[in-house]
Design a binder for this molecule. Sequence first.
Ligand code: BDR
Ligand code: CA
Length: 312
Amino acid sequence: MKPVILDVDTGLDDACALLLAARHPDLELLAVTCVGGNVGLDQVVVNTLTVLEAAGRPDVPVARGAATPLLQPVRAAPHVHGVDGLGNLDWPRSTRTTDPRHAVELLRDVLLEAARTGDKATLIPLAPMTNIALLLRTYPEAAAGLAEIVFMGGAAGIGNATASAEFNIWTDPEAAAIVLAAAGELGVPVTMYGLDVFYDVKITLDEARDLKGSPSADLARALIEKRSELYGAEGASIGDGGAVCAVIDPAGLTTQAFPLRVELSGSWSRGRTIVDTRDWTQDLSSDPYGAAPTVVQVATAVDARSYADLWL
Ligand code: BDR
Ligand code: CA
């Protein structure tokens, strides 16, 4: 089993990711950490506990993390996820409590233990990377327990929060820049599961209707139905869930190594991930214009059918 940790701002598609990570037999879900993003932190926590309960996994530790991005207020996305982040579904909300540790402390403890045993964990950030930046700045030694980071965020092409920027990176660009720089310095491999593939893994309404017979299947069906209703489409993508598919089945994802930077200023481009596809920039030893960027595996295509089947 592959040990994984999810960092989430649950969200309808984070919920799709949590269900898969909690129930897939190839994954060992060590912990889930919460951050403000799609909705405020309190709601993210309730949603996350609710989804794990539906998945039959109340044993997974869940911790509260940062409520706001490093430098700017949180800007929720009720138009994408509903006011409560789960599309105001008629679903009983969890009243469980969280792990007493802050997300950063839980991440540190789990990763140091992974380093000690040698069974390193894959970190899957599906939200603004505030918690991860705080972790790598505060406890860089925890990186010894990281096998890799596979994050949902960014885009080589167009954005969604703005024409330039994808929501998770746009919400906390400084955090993303800190994580990329730290990963480069600490030698942690990074994969960007960005908007270039994010919308491709789709579940039809017919497929969703066949999901029934257990609380997790019922919730999975409701998530897809709600997402299709909100976006006025016949079916819906599993969004963040695709990043978990990529960890279970890396062969389904086509990636290419590119230098990656995050735009931290710019009137219309703040939060953009700048994927440097110029062929002469691959030798970074002599970057003439400042610090060499971190080289990241950027997802360029996905086997959408096989990932949809995997999720189903
Ligand atoms: C990302 O933003 C959020 O709305 C989704 O949960 C996903 O993580 C897509 O841009
Ligand atoms: Ca998310």
